[in-house]
Design a protein around this ligand. Structure first.
Ligand code: NCD
Length: 308
């Protein structure tokens, strides 16, 4: 496979050997970080983060990743209000300019497709850190890396993707990576008006991935190896009432968790609102904070891959 120049969609990651090499590199990053033996392989290089939507994990883990490898960062947080976008500058102009200062750009935007248009004019590699209700490919790397670490492998596993499958961009990227593994079976659990868009169910069918759509988490809870629950994406709703009516559709507490398999794993890209009770955090199967930390190492591996 040709080496990637940037990352816009999980489609570009449809290569198991690329995934394995990123996972191996991420594990090595974690070991070297603990032993304080990291190589400063990105020394002298600059990463720019330009975020038109809020973020904690994605932006800070990219910035930490760059700095741990000896690089430095330029950051335009809250770019919708604080960058020249507020004066009416186009993304295209902003990207051309930032690409003159930085060696790689990580961008989050509220419009689907924004990352692809930006990548077309960017003079340096561009990474999509979320484009509206579109995709979030580096989160899918974090998620599959975490599943591999927690479960040993993804092949043959039964995975429930739960919550806002309509607007949840992490889901849209993740299911493409899951479809690369043999014998995976996916339960798509969502309220009727937050079901997975047809383009993705068609993708699963075309790739011969077993999947079922349902509204009930209860029915599958004791059978799944992975429970991946998502936040209802409030910012994508046009009506507050519609959001309020649906926001607490699924909730995992200790009683629910106790019905899961002993070796199962509970994931959430975070931020969580009311999807998982704090009492579940002490359960060894609750892996969402380990998942967030894995984001650092996977992003180190990705930056080194793109820039060296
Ligand atoms: C996700 C996102 O921004 O899409 N967050 C993240 O990157 N960890 C999920 C979310 O906001 O619900």
């Amino acid at each position: 496979m040709k080496k990637l120049n940037g990352l816009i969609s999980a489609t570009q990651l449809a290569d198991r050997s690329l995934l394995e090499s990123l996972f191996t590199a991420a594990a090595a990053m974690e070991r070297h970080d603990a032993a304080r033996t990291l190589k400063l392989s990105l020394s002298g290089r600059i990463l720019a983060t330009i975020f038109y939507e809020p973020s904690t994990r994605t932006r800070l883990s990219f910035e930490a990743a760059m700095q741990k490898l000896g690089g430095s960062i330029l950051t335009a947080e809250n770019a919708r209000e604080n960058s020249s976008a507020a004066k009416g500058e186009s993304i295209a102009d902003a990207i051309r300019v930032i690409g003159g200062y930085a060696d790689v750009i990580v961008m989050r935007h509220f419009e689907e497709g924004a990352a692809r248009s930006a990548a077309e004019i960017s003079p340096v590699p561009l990474i999509n850190a979320g484009d509206g209700a579109g995709e979030h490919p580096t989160q899918a790397l974090v998620d599959t890396y975490t599943m591999t670490k927690e479960l040993g492998s993804i092949a043959g596993k039964r995975i429930a993707l739960v919550g806002d499958l309509l607007y949840g961009r992490t889901i849209h990227s993740l299911l493409q990576l899951l479809s690369l593994y043999e014998g995976v079976s996916i339960d798509l659990i969502a309220p009727p008006n937050l079901r997975l868009p047809a383009q993705y169910t068609e993708y699963l069918s075309a790739n011969k991935v077993m999947f079922r759509e349902s509204e009930s988490l209860e029915n599958v809870l004791s059978d799944v190896d992975v429970l991946y629950i998502t936040r209802v994406q409030r910012e994508r709703f046009s009506s507050v009432a519609e959001y309020e009516a649906i926001k607490d559709s699924y909730f995992v507490d200790a009683a629910m968790a106790s019905r899961m398999k002993p070796g199962a794993v509970i994931l959430h890209a975070l931020p969580r609102l009311n999807e998982i009770a704090a009492e579940v955090d002490a359960d060894p199967r609750a892996a969402y904070f380990r998942q967030a930390r894995n984001g650092l190492f996977i992003r180190m591996a990705l930056l080194e891959y793109l820039l060296t």
